[in-house]
Structures are given as C-alpha cells and as structure tokens.
Design a protein around this ligand. Structure first.
Ligand code: PLP
Length: 554
C-alpha cells in the first residue's frame, strides 16, 4: 500500500505538475450550521426538487463514494465516481495519453467508446482483433503494443460478444505491461456474470484499472453513474482531470437510494430473473431455421448470427422491435446483438423469428377512436399491453389528472387529445371523452379471448370508492353515494357520474360505483383510481387463454 504506484510516471507530465482545483470547502471540512457564502450559490431553495438543489455537491461526495465502493466491494480510496463508465473511459485517455503522441490498444470488435475517446484526444489506436472464437489474443496484444501505448482495453464480459476473459489472461497482461501501460478492464456487465471482478488484482498488480457502472445491472442507465477503480495514487491524479462538480445532486440522492440493501436485493432478484429469461430465449431460438449460431454470453444480451440478417432485422423493426445490428462490424457479419427483455418480450421475439409474424395477441391489444362532432374533437388511442406512453390533454386540468389516474392504475398506454366547447361548459368534452375512451377500450379488447373479465377494488383513505366491473358485454352503470361538493377544480361532480355512465355504455361494461367520503377531490380521485385498478384486473389475460363465461363467448 505504501509504495508509489508504478504507473504514476505514465500520467501525462503536464497533469502531474498541475495543482488540483481548490475550493474554499475543500480547504477545511465544513461544520454543521456553517454559512456558505463562498460559491455564489443562491441562499434560497429553488421551487423544484428537494433540499440541497441550490448548492453544488462535493466533487466526490463522501457518502456517495462510500456507498458505491461498498457496492463494488472496493476500498473507497481507490474509487472515482463518474458520469457513467463512458466518462471514465474519456478521463483515462486524457489522463495517460499526451495528444498527438501516445496510443491505446483495443481488440476489435470492441466497444466503440475506446476509439472515440482516443480520437477526440488525438491519440492513436492500435487494433489487435480477437481470435476467431472471440477470445483475447494475449500474445499478439503483447507483441503489437508500442512504446507509447499507455492503455490496453479488455472488456469482460465482452460487448457485443458476451464472453468473459479468463483472469489468468488479465494477469499475463498485467505482468507483461508492468510499469509500462495500464490494463483497463471494462466490467460493465460483470454483475450478470458468474465471474468475480478483477479489482482485487490491484493489490498485487498496480497497473490494473477497472471500469464499472450502475447503468446495466442496477437499471440506472438514465442516471449516469459509474466509476473507475485503480491505485489511490492514480485516483489523485485523475481527480485533476475530472469535470468540476460532476455529480448532480438528484443523481447523488437517487444512487444512495438505489444502493440501499433492500433495493440492491431486489435488483439482484431482477438480474436473476433476466438470466432465466436469457437461458429460456437461447434454448428457444438456437435450433430455429433462421438462426446460424447463438454465441455464449455472460451478460444481459446475446449475440446471434442469422442466416439472412437483413430480412431478420427488417422483420423485427416492422414488428416494433429495435435490435442492435452488427452486420457492418468486421468479423460480426450476419450478427445481431439482442438485449434480454421481459419474458413476454422474449416470447414474442422468439415467436417472430420462428413464424415470421406475430400472433395477434402478442402485438398488444390496441384500440383507437377519433370522434368528431360539432361540439368536440376527441382522439383516443389505447394499448392494453403497454404501460407507456400516457398523455392526456383535454383542456380541463383536473379531468386530465383523473384520466391519467385511470391509465396509470390500469397499467395501460393511453393517449387522449380532446378539444371541445369548454367555453360553454364541460359537459360535452367530458361526455365525448368517455364515449371515445369506451369505444377505444372496447376495440382493444376485441373478441376478449382470455381476459379475466371481472375487476374489483379495495378501499382507499378516508374516501371509499368501490368499483365492481364486468367487461362481459352489457353496458350498465349503477351509482351509489354523493360527492361532498358540487364542484372540484373546474369540474362539476355531476359530470363524474355522467362520465362513468357514458363509459359503461360505450365500453359495453357493467360498472357499479359507490363513493363515500368528505373531501371531494379525494372522492373523485378515488373513483378514477378505483376504475383504473378494476380495469387492470379485468383486461389481464389469463394464462389458459380461457373464456370466463359458461357461454364460452363474451
Ligand atoms: C454500456 C457500456 C459502458 C458505459 O456505461 P455507462 O456507465 O452507461 O457510461 C462501458 N463499457 C461497456 C463495454 C458498455 O457496454
């Protein structure tokens, strides 16, 4: 631990002599209650977000470093947290490679960001392709590296191939390049693999640099948080290169929450489920006529070589699947990289590969109603098998909020755009929206094969809304109770009853709604939520594709 890192001399000289950026706060630790007049921040909290948005987060917030280090199981002094591993790649290139002089080494097909970061930094890229079976060609890597090669990139599990690099290969590289180059082990997918991280090698080989990320295995790609693990001497130098205040406060808050033991446990379960999906999908497709080869993968994706990749790619796209075509990548001709999704995504994709088309029920049950009258123009689109998008715009704020409740609680995608004569009153807009929604839902239900048919709900809060729903085909509405006030927001409560009546008639559903309570806003909201919940249960498709009627027809 005490001796200096053998790579310290490889850090760009101009960076080594540079002094780290110093803020008033980094000079002396802050005490509780200190008054901060040093960074030109606003003393008043902003109107959005939580406490702390008006202040810069520390360069490397201690609680974040500790949480992330503990998740990666490394010493916090060896961790630098960056905006994703991508930023760490760029940082390493700038830290070690003098523009116009040095080089990095990659093994194509390689993750494109290594070469990109190098090009942006005026750094040469030496390429040593993977072997024909996609294993790393360690001897050629050692032979091809130049005097000025500062970084050797190794990806394990590999993206886009998916195979892992054995630890003994990494050790061989470390020994060969000792004191001469950093071995950058990109472990973006390590949490999905049965292998352990190379980070422990830093104790014995101080030229190991490990890249990690929360994007893939923790499901936080949109949060942008990853990091680099390396000898503490190198971390000190890297901090000089890192952008100022790179960790936004909302990111800090989100990551701390996401790394709580409870949430880590749930993500571990999700990863396990994903791996089960992967195994299922591989077994399902590997013997299909269209498939030439499925490559083994330790990650959350698989690389597949198809006999006719162009038509597979266009078939997938036509049916709403976006896959990663690798056909133009040398040595990956005919290949597509497929990320593993939910079981139902993978079932649909496998069926598509096998049959060349999707069965109706896998396309998602969609319905649409474009209703034009002299009083209103209403466009409604629903998809019972997607949860997004949800967007509602009727020009009546409170009503929008209620329709959003239906979609959210039903777990369906809903788009409503309504324009109406709201300058007269809201009656037509509310009624016609209900009619159009009812018709769109009825269309989406189609022949109703396999639906659960009934929905029931549970009590909520001080207001009690109870809905019993039957999608069996008879339009009937029964209402019990009364609203505490005649109006909520701009919406007359009499229209709530009218909305559900029009909906029941147009959806051809039986809806029994009863409401109790004291706060009208809660009462109305409870009605819409309860309907959403009931709808969710009723549109659910049962595994047996069974018709819930003794008539065998709904
Ligand atoms: C996704 C990925 C990254 C980048 O991850 P971020 O943390 O989201 O920037 C790095 N390396 C490989 C191999 C990847 O696939």
């Amino acid at each position: 631990m005490s001796s200096a890192c053998s790579l310290l001399n490889l850090v760009r000289r101009d960076i080594r002599v540079m002094k780290p950026y110093v803020s008033a706060r980094s000079l002396s630790p802050l005490a509780e209650g200190d008054i901060l007049l040093d960074a030109n921040e606003m003393p008043y909290a902003p109107l959005v977000g939580t406490k702390g948005y008006n202040c810069y987060a520390d360069q490397q917030p201690v609680e974040l470093i500790e949480a992330v280090a503990s998740f990666f199981k490394v010493d916090p002094v060896r961790l630098l947290v960056s905006r994703g591993a991508d930023e760490a790649i760029d940082l390493l290139v700038r830290l070690f490679c003098q523009p116009g002089k040095d080089s990095i080494l990659i093994s194509p097909p390689a993750f494109p960001m290594y070469a990109r970061a190098a090009e942006l930094n005026g750094t040469r890229v030496i390429s040593v392709p993977l072997e024909i079976d996609f294993t790393l060609d360690v001897d050629s890597v050692c032979a091809a590296a130049a005097e000025d090669t500062k970084l050797v990139f190794v990806t394990t599990p590999h993206n886009p191939v998916g195979i892992s690099v054995p630890e003994e290969d990494i050790i061989k590289l470390c020994e060969h390049f000792k004191g001469r180059a950093a071995i950058v082990v990109d472990e973006a997918y390590i949490d999905f693999s049965p292998h352990s991280s190379a980070a422990h090698l830093i104790d014995s080989h101080d030229n190991v640099v490990v890249l990690r990320t929360l994007s893939k295995s923790m499901g936080l790609a949109g949060v942008r948080c990853g990091g680099v693990i390396m000898h503490q001497d190198l971390i000190k130098e890297a901090l000089k290169v890192l952008a100022v205040y790179p960790v936004p406060v909302p990111v800090l808050e989100t990551v701390l929450e996401a790394l709580s033991p409870a949430s880590c446990k749930r993500m571990r379960e999700k990863r396990a489920r994903l791996l089960v999906n992967k195994k299922w999908f591989v077994e399902r497709i590997e013997n299909l006529d269209v498939v030439e080869k499925v490559f083994p993968s330790d990650a959350n994706f698989i690389l597949v070589r198809f006999k006719d990749v162009v038509s597979i790619e266009s078939l997938a796209r036509k049916n709403g699947f976006v896959l990663r075509d690798q056909n133009n990548v040398p040595s990956l001709e005919g290949c597509i990289r497929i990320s593993i999704g939910t079981r139902s995504h993978m079932e649909a994709l496998a069926t598509l590969f096998e049959k060349g088309e999707l069965p109706e029920r896998m396309k998602g049950r969609k319905g649409e109603c474009l209703r034009r009258t002299k009083e209103t123009g209403i466009d409604v689109k629903v998809n019972l098998d997607r949860v997004e998008p949800i967007s509602v715009s009727t020009g009546i704020g409170f009503f929008d909020h209620m329709l959003d409740q239906i979609a959210t609680h039903a777990g369906i995608s809903l788009k409503i755009e309504a324009q109406g004569d709201t300058h007269i009153d809201l009656h037509h807009s509310v009624e016609d929206t209900a009619i159009a929604l009812g018709q769109a839902l009825a269309q989406a239900l189609g022949d109703k094969r396999g639906i659960e048919r009934y929905g029931f709900t549970l009590p909520m809060d001080e207001s009690l809304a109870q809905i019993a729903l039957d999608l069996g085909g008879r339009g009937m509405f029964v209402f019990k109770g009364s609203f505490a006030a005649a109006q909520v927001g701009e919406l007359p409560t009499i229209l709530v009853e009218h909305f559900f009546r029009s909906l029941a008639e147009n959806l051809q559903a039986t809806i029994h709604l009863s409401i109790e309570g004291a706060d009208t806003h809660h009462q109305v909201e409870a009605c819409f939520k309860a309907f959403g919940r009931a709808l969710r249960m009723a549109v659910e498709q049962n595994k047996k594709d069974m018709c819930v009627s003794t008539k065998r027809l709904l």
